[in-house]
Ligand binder design. Structure first.
Ligand SMILES: [Zn+2]
Length: 471
């Protein structure tokens, strides 16, 4: 089992974030009339784990016995042994419901939920509704939910989780006990890495722990993944700072980052692309590299506007340039998921930055793309590079298509994700579906119209879509 899942916190004390621990303890100690909690914060900080712990603390049979007795004092941790605790941990407790807000966002689903909320719990003390990604609910669904929150049955606790709190209506927020999950501090990260290292009998020195917490950007999940990756690579040897640095090429990386900024400031497309080629050969993780570039851009921004004063900027760029380049990097980073080769999104961002958007986007049909572009640097991977480079805009379009269809129609975006872009010549878009059922769905007139409209928005051209069946 992967560490992150294996060491998912099971009690309040195991939660990584100290402020969250304090607030939850306060909430549970009150045995209050509050029927809704709101957990907000970035992914990977343990919101779902905390929600399950609350479900257990509310329903734990041992705790409930204790609270009836004399010892009212402050034992709030679930026992993790009674039938209620165990079934909640296993996800089989029928009174604890985890609902994905993204796929249950409509009024009908929430109405259905309101009906069921009224029924008493089957075996637990209280029914717990954990609604993940609650910001995805439609306005009507939020209104329906609000009515329930205004007059909640006594036997229900709602736990609403979201990464985007600004999208949750204030009327909902005001009815919740709000707990903010912040990015972890270095001490908090190290505390949770140590908890795992101890149980897995991993020996690791202090500097290595700091190095991993630097790499994990405030996310426990990312940090734990890094720890696991390093551990599985070296077996029982002690993890040292050197091992961490070697694995993630940290020293190499910082020279690549400053080198990349120099080349980009000079708009040296050839040099920049050569550098990407070299990094690819060395196996540097492009996701990580792009993240580091974005962090650097953030630092540049703060220096530029005078918020940060005591640092030398890595590159001399104007505020507009910082904005443009940041947008390019962020876009490249979001395209990584769809990229056939991981270096392609960054390469496209470089070309767009150095030569301009027209060249990067107006080169349809695709086979002519090479014409307008500067010669691709010859390196060991030169041929491969050229091919990726030319075919990239197609994948770029497909990725954009999926991203732009998504807000209009989630399931259509999901269908597209399962398909392959077979051909696109600027007029005709050929998509290959794996299943007949998918093909039919995509050919549904509403879906087809949406896709064609979006692709016209992206390319500025009227495009006809056809769906082929693989086989
Ligand atoms: Zn229990």
């Amino acid at each position: 089992m992967v560490f992150y899942r294996k060491y998912r916190p099971q009690k309040i004390d195991e939660l990584d974030n100290s402020e969250v621990r304090e607030k939850l303890t306060a909430f549970l100690a009150k045995k209050s009339s509050i029927h809704a909690l709101l957990f907000t914060g970035p992914k990977g900080l343990g919101k779902t784990s905390a929600a399950r712990i609350v479900a257990k603390a509310v329903n734990c049979e041992k705790l409930r016995q204790k609270s009836k007795g004399k010892s009212q004092k402050s034992v709030l941790e679930p026992c993790n042994k009674c039938a209620q605790c165990v079934s909640i941990t296993n996800g089989t407790n029928i009174d604890v419901l985890e609902i994905d807000g993204a796929s249950n966002r409509g009024i009908d689903e929430i109405r259905d939920l309101r009906e069921k909320v009224r029924l008493s719990p089957a075996g637990a003390h209280k029914k717990i509704y954990i609604i993940d990604e609650v910001h995805m609910l439609t306005t009507e669904a939020f209104n329906a939910l609000l009515k329930t929150l205004e007059e909640p049955p006594n036997h229900v606790v709602f736990i609403l989780c979201t990464t985007e709190p600004h999208k949750v209506p204030a009327t909902i927020v005001s009815r919740c006990f709000h707990i903010v999950f912040k990015r972890a501090t270095m001490d908090e990260l190290i505390r949770s890495f140590l908890r795992i290292a101890k149980q897995e009998k991993i020996s690791i020195d202090k500097d290595a722990l700091s190095a991993i917490s630097d790499l994990s950007d405030g996310s426990f999940r990312d940090g734990v993944k890094i720890l696991e990756e390093i551990h599985s690579g070296i077996g029982n040897r002690k993890i040292t700072k050197e091992i961490v640095e070697k694995k993630f090429q940290i020293s190499n990386l910082s020279s690549y980052i400053s080198g990349m900024f120099r080349l980009l400031t000079e708009k040296d497309v050839k040099g920049s692309l050569e550098m990407v080629g070299k990094m690819t050969e060395q196996g540097i993780d492009m996701k990580f590299f792009l993240e580091q570039l974005i962090l650097k851009m953030h630092e540049l921004l703060l220096i530029n506007v005078g918020v940060v004063k005591d640092k030398e900027p890595e590159a001399s760029l104007s505020l507009d340039e910082i904005k443009e380049l940041t947008e390019l990097f962020v876009r490249a980073s979001s395209q990584l998921k769809f990229a056939v080769l991981p270096q392609m999104p960054l390469e496209m961002a470089i070309v767009e930055w150095c030569i301009g958007a027209e060249v990067a986007h107006e080169n349809f049909p695709v086979r002519n793309a090479g014409k307008n572009l500067p010669e691709i640097p010859k390196s060991d991977g030169a041929n491969a590079n050229r091919e990726n480079f030319v075919s990239f805009p197609r994948q770029d379009i497909f990725a954009q298509l999926i991203a732009k269809v998504k807000p209009h129609n989630h399931s259509a975006a999901g269908l597209l994700r399962g398909c392959i872009l077979k051909n696109f010549d600027g007029k005709k878009l050929e998509i290959e579906a794996k299943f007949k059922f998918h093909k039919e769905k995509l050919e549904d007139v509403r879906v087809r119209t949406l896709i064609e409209k979006v692709i016209e928005e992206i390319t500025g051209k009227k495009v006809k879509m056809s769906v082929l069946l693989r086989g």
